[in-house]
Design a protein around this ligand. Structure first.
Ligand SMILES: Nc1ncnc2c1ncn2[C@@H]1O[C@H](COP(=O)(O)OP(=O)(O)OP(=O)(O)O)[C@@H](O)[C@H]1O
Ligand SMILES: [Mg+2]
Length: 314
């Protein structure tokens, strides 16, 4: 079973309109509502890959209830930690020319008691997990080092992937408390540059960046770079996986899809086979760019793309 942790899930609302006009009353042409938030996306892709998935997250109000229902429909067992505030909505305004404007709420604040309840649920579920994936931002009320605390709850029982950004990623990367470390982080290039305070413009710089993460106690760091693919440090060797060139429809959520590919490989015990793991990650990320919806991948696309991914040691 792969356990996913969603501190800040969201109702995703894609609002289609001809052209966004600043400061005007406008009617939407079409609205598509779905369950979102990075860990929820990862859980959905894992289901498409045929994995057994559970999800722990904060859910509040009618938006939270909607998400819990949707997540269950996808075949994910959901352990909902009920919060007093309303689960957020993320609005994506999609114009006819393809331009997308995102308006994202920070998320309803959580209390110390609610955090304690989530941590207890994580400690209980972690005993049954083969892999744990923690993805996304954290809502107001969570300390910056929330993922450091959750890593301690996982207690090194199984591989743990942390895919976050900003202060939450910085706290994980800089932690020297001696608490359990993540097996893997998967920042994109921009997030990795911010965490390391350096630019990663060349493959050599990417390799050096990966080694810096390893020095900080993360044994299997991965940095993704959009259409350029992803870089990973496995057993001291730097690998690169390059996707085929594709007609991009929407690449938002490709990182979540790639994380799901890695998590599925780890759950299947394929971690030792770097080629298999990185090929699946890149194929999942690539399959996502073919669909309009965020982190929606089709298994048939993944199967077709797998042999088109190039994987090699640098
Ligand atoms: N345009 C593309 N064509 C082919 N593959 C892509 C493309 N964009 C992304 N990918 C694949 O997906 C992986 C993850 O993408 P990316 O680096 O954009 O993640 P991200 O920025 O974390 O995305 P998000 O956080 O929105 O999920 C890449 O390493 C690559 O393998
Ligand atoms: Mg990402």
């Amino acid at each position: 079973m792969v356990l996913t942790v969603s501190l800040n899930p969201a109702v995703d609302k894609y609002i289609h309109l001809r052209r966004l006009v600043h400061g005007q009353h406008q009617q939407a042409e079409q609205v598509v509502t779905s369950a979102g938030g990075k860990a929820v996306n990862v859980a959905g892709v894992l289901r498409e890959l045929g994995e057994e998935v559970e999800l722990i997250g904060f859910f509040g109000g009618f938006t939270g209830q909607y998400l819990v229902r949707e997540i269950a429909t996808e075949g994910v067992r959901c352990h909902a930690i009920e919060i007093a505030t309303l689960t957020r909505t993320a609005f994506v305004l999609v114009e006819e020319d393809g331009a997308e404007t995102e308006l994202v709420e920070p998320g309803g604040a959580v209390t110390a008691d609610e955090i304690a309840a989530l941590r207890a649920a994580l400690r209980a579920a972690a005993t049954r997990a083969q892999v744990i994936v923690m993805s996304g931002s954290a809502p107001p009320g969570c300390p910056d080092d929330i993922y450091v605390q959750l890593l301690a709850d996982c207690a090194g029982r199984c591989p743990v992937i942390v895919d976050t950004s900003r202060a939450w990623l910085q706290a994980v990367v800089d932690d020297t408390s001696g608490a359990a470390r993540p097996t893997m982080i998967k920042p994109n290039r921009r997030e990795a540059e911010a965490a390391l305070g350096t630019t990663l413009a060349t493959p050599a710089a990417m390799a050096a960046g990966l080694r810096q993460f390893a020095v900080r106690g993360i044994p299997l760091p991965v940095i993704s770079d959009g259409a350029h693919g992803l870089y990973a440090l496995v057993d001291g060797a730097v690998w690169q996986a390059g996707p085929p060139q594709l007609q991009r429809v929407n690449s938002v959520g490709s990182g979540d899809a790639a994380v799901a590919g890695i998590a599925a490989s780890l759950a299947r015990g394929a971690a030792a086979d770097s080629d298999t793991m990185l090929r699946l990650a890149a194929a999942c990320g690539a399959a996502n760019v073919l669909t309009q919806e965020c982190a929606l991948v089709h298994r048939a696309d993944i199967e077709r793309l797998l042999p088109q991914v190039t994987v090699g040691r640098m």
